[in-house]
Design a protein around this ligand. Sequence first.
Ligand SMILES: Cc1cc2nc3c(=O)[nH]c(=O)nc-3n(C[C@H](O)[C@H](O)[C@H](O)COP(=O)(O)OP(=O)(O)OC[C@H]3O[C@@H](n4cnc5c(N)ncnc54)[C@H](O)[C@@H]3O)c2cc1C
Length: 385
Amino acid sequence: MTGLDLHQDLRTGVRDLCKGFPDSYWRELDVQRAYPDAFVKALTDAGYLAALIPEEYGGSGLGVGEASIILEEINRSGGNAAACHAQMYTMGTLLRHGSEAQKRTFLPRIASGELRLQAFGVSEPTTGSDTTQLKTLATRRGDKYIIRGQKVWISRAEHSDLLLLVVRTTPIEQVKKKTEGLSILLIDMRRAVGNGLTIRPIRTMMNHATTELFFDDLEVPIDTLVGEEGHGFRYLIDGLNAERILIAAECVGDGRWFVERATKYASERRVFGRPIGQNQGIQFPIARAHVNVESADLMRIRAAALFDRGEACGPEANMAKLLAADASWEAANVAVQTYGGFGFAEEYDVERKFRETRLYQVAPVSTNLILAYIGEHVLGLPRSY
Ligand SMILES: Cc1cc2nc3c(=O)[nH]c(=O)nc-3n(C[C@H](O)[C@H](O)[C@H](O)COP(=O)(O)OP(=O)(O)OC[C@H]3O[C@@H](n4cnc5c(N)ncnc54)[C@H](O)[C@@H]3O)c2cc1C
């Protein structure tokens, strides 16, 4: 099968699966702020969430390009891939830096759906985007780490068995460079909750299952360490490009959904005796949103191709994320304007998707931080942060 055939097959397969989870499914969950368990199970059973897991561990051994198509199609179908995307963007860290024992223990069970790896713990309340300042400390005692600290915005923690956690193993005052002394732990939350880990949900403007985590001397075995102690920052950076490409694809999916819905509505809705889409004031913003979504998609395709060939793709991954997040947000705004009053009504789903796609201006990395990266690392401007 050629790459293009495979991509088309993936698109058709995910779209068909998503038909079983129509707008009303997502709308109802949104009202209840409930996790889309049935959807995530169906996606897992169909093998899509094991896309990045190599075949020898029970997955399909595909690349980030293919994984991004799966997430894009979920959002394009009106769903929200945020319910399950972390399994894709945490996978690289485990594949590249995990021990053979960790891979054998976890990957086949993640691929079969017995275990979920859907939680990724980086953000902290007092340090924000300044990741190297994070304070959650794992102290070595015998064959254990004792973890103390707090995380915020850790999504899906209540619906995941495993958590990929970024901690300091050496306090920042004791390292030469602030990027040193960070480590990554793969924690089994089923054992941790109630034994030093407390999860507290945060209610947000969209249905996102995000939480705060409190670590009060949680004891975990030292074999939870992924890779070498103190090298976690490098492993983290490795994974972030994949994360940016995957989020860009979700935004492209959202953008296409908004453009399709706005186009259909503008063609059908008649006011002053003609379809509103006949007015250039309605038609041109939809056309412009389409142009911007499709242009962002080109950067996402380029970034994914570089990533999957193992080439450097930091600028492209960041540009893709910025362009796609801007394009989906613009398309969301245009869709609300096109729908007029009905854009605000829950039953049309536009306001729900509008709230969902707004997140990507801020998370997992904010637009400003991407511009700061491009300014400094691509253009050679003075560091601004
Ligand atoms: C719904 C949701 C889900 C999330 N899920 C996860 C998750 O699963 N795991 C996880 O680890 N994190 C998660 N996050 C956290 C997310 O990655 C952060 O919110 C994001 O990185 C921004 O950090 P912050 O909120 O602390 O903002 P801050 O760092 O406090 O920044 C606030 C604002 O100031 C701007 N700013 C800050 N510094 C500068 C500067 N030097 N120059 C210009 N502008 C600047 C930022 O761009 C931003 O707009 C989630 C967040 C949300 C809202």
